[in-house]
Design a protein around this ligand. Structure first.
Ligand SMILES: *Cc1c(COP(=O)(O)O)cnc(C)c1O
Length: 378
C-alpha cells in the first residue's frame, strides 16, 4: 500500500524546537512567558496595519471572546456565514444568542451581500431587533467580498468579526486578512496554514481591548495579590510552549503560502481544462493563501460525481474531503433562521477539497494526478 497522502498536515520549519528548548531551559512552561509575547509581536508585525493581537488557546476561543467584547448576550441575534466550519457558529450559542445563517455567493463562495441585507432587514421585521454582530469567513483562504460586506455593516452600524482562521497570509487589496474588520480571528490548529498544535488569536482594534481580552482569557482576575473576581472569566490563554511553536512557524509562513499556491496552480493547470472541473479564481486585488485547493465536479459534464472521485482517491490512500456542510443543513442548527437560496447547498454537493499541504512532494502530486485522471478516463 502506498503511504497516506493527507488533506493538510502539520509542516514544521525547523526552528520550532529551539523556542521550546529555550522555554524549558528558562522554566517558562507556564501559560504565559516570553514566547507568548514574542508570538504576539511576530503576528502584529506581520499583520502590519492593526497591531493588537491576543494569543489564545484556539480560534474558537477567539470568536467567543470577540462576541463577549461586543456585548453579545442572551437572546441576541448574530449573523453568520452558513458555509463554514461549525466553530464559526458555536460561540454564538455559548452566549445564549441566536445564529442567523447566510448563503454564499459564487465568486468567492463566501457571505452573499444581498442575502446579508435581506437577513438584517428580515431580523428587524421578524424579531424587532437589529443583529448584534456579523461573522464572515474567508473560506479555504479566499477573502470574502470585504468592501461590500463592510459597506452594509457600516450602513446598519453592525460590527463585523472576520473569521480569518483559514486565511492567515491572504490579502484583500493589499491588506492582510485578519485586519479587515473590527475583530479578526486566527487559528493555529493542526491542519491550518501554520500550527502551534492547537491555538488561536484575536486581532483587536486597540490596545485597551487587547488587554481586556487577555483579562477575560485568564479567568478575569482583578488586580491584587489574592484571587478576586468581579466578572466571569475563561481559561483561554495560549501557553508559552505552544507559542514557541508559533514563533518558529512564523518564520516560514510566507514560504508555506507560496507552496500552497503552487499546489493550486498545479491542479488548475492539469485539471482546469477537463469537462466538468471548475476552480475558483482570484478576483482583481485578491491574494489567497490557498489553504486548501477545492474543485467543483459538475457531474453531467464530468460523467462522475465528486463522491465517485472521493471514493476512488480514498482507495489509493489519498485523503480528500467534501466542502464544509452548510450550518443551516446541520441537525444542531436547523431550527435557526436562514437567508439565501441553494448556492452553499450546491457547493457542498459538488465540491471536493484536494490534498493541499505545503509538505506535498512532486511525487505526491504526480500520484494524486494519476489517480484523478484514472477516474476521468474510466
Ligand atoms: C479552524 C476554524 C475555526 C476554529 O479554530 P480552532 O483553532 O480549531 O478552534 C474557526 N473557523 C474556521 C472557518 C475554521 O476553519
Amino acid at each position: 500500500m502506498n503511504s497516506k497522502i493527507w488533506l493538510s498536515s502539520p509542516h514544521m520549519g525547523g526552528h520550532e524546537q529551539e523556542f521550546i528548548k529555550q522555554a524549558f531551559d528558562e522554566n517558562w512552561v507556564a501559560p504565559l512567558g516570553p514566547n507568548v509575547n514574542g508570538f504576539e509581536g511576530d503576528l502584529e508585525k506581520y499583520l502590519g496595519d492593526k497591531k493588537h493581537v491576543a494569543a489564545l488557546s484556539s480560534g474558537t476561543a477567539a470568536i467567543h471572546l470577540a462576541l463577549i467584547m461586543l456585548g453579545v448576550s442572551q437572546g441576541d441575534f448574530v449573523i453568520c456565514q452558513s458555509m463554514t466550519f461549525s466553530a464559526s457558529a458555536n460561540p454564538i450559542v455559548y452566549q445564549g444568542a441566536h445564529p442567523v445563517f447566510i448563503d454564499s455567493e459564487t465568486r468567492t463562495w463566501n457571505m452573499c451581500p444581498t442575502d446579508l441585507v435581506n437577513a438584517i432587514e428580515g431580523t428587524i421585521t421578524k424579531h424587532g431587533v437589529k443583529p448584534k454582530a456579523i461573522i464572515a469567513v474567508h473560506l479555504y483562504g479566499m477573502p470574502y467580498l470585504s468592501d461590500e460586506i463592510n459597506a452594509i455593516a457600516e450602513k446598519y452600524d453592525i460590527p463585523v468579526i472576520e473569521d480569518s482562521a483559514e486565511a492567515l497570509g491572504s490579502k484583500y487589496n493589499g491588506q492582510e486578512c485578519g485586519t479587515l474588520a473590527q475583530f479578526g480571528i486566527l487559528s493555529f490548529n493542526g491542519n491550518k496554514i501554520i500550527t502551534t498544535s492547537g491555538g488561536g488569536a484575536l486581532v483587536c482594534p486597540n490596545e485597551e481591548i487587547k488587554k481586556r481580552t487577555i483579562f477575560f482569557a485568564t479567568q478575569s482576575r482583578d488586580a491584587g495579590v489574592h484571587y478576586q473576581h468581579s466578572e466571569i472569566g475563561y481559561n483561554y490563554r495560549m501557553s508559552n510552549i505552544t507559542a514557541g511553536i508559533g514563533r518558529g512557524q512564523m518564520m516560514i509562513l510566507d514560504k508555506h503560502v507560496k507552496l500552497r499556491r503552487a499546489n493550486y496552480e498545479f491542479y488548475k493547470e492539469n485539471l482546469g481544462h477537463l469537462p466538468g472541473f471548475e476552480f475558483v479564481d482570484e478576483l482583481e486585488g485578491i491574494y489567497s493563501n490557498r489553504w486548501l485547493t477545492a474543485v467543483l465536479i459538475h457531474p453531467n459534464e464530468a460523467g462522475f460525481t465528486r463522491e465517485d472521485l472521493r471514493l476512488a482517491l480514498d482507495k489509493e490512500n489519498i485523503e480528500t474531503r467534501p466542502l464544509w456542510k452548510p450550518m443551516h443543513m446541520q441537525p444542531v442548527f436547523e431550527k435557526y433562521d436562514y437567508y439565501g437560496t441553494k448556492v452553499a447547498e450546491e457547493l457542498f454537493e459538488i465540491g471536493l477539497c484536494l490534498p493541499s499541504g505545503s509538505n506535498l512532494t512532486d511525487e505526491d502530486r504526480a500520484r494524486i494526478l494519476k489517480a484523478i485522471l484514472a477516474v476521468v478516463n474510466r
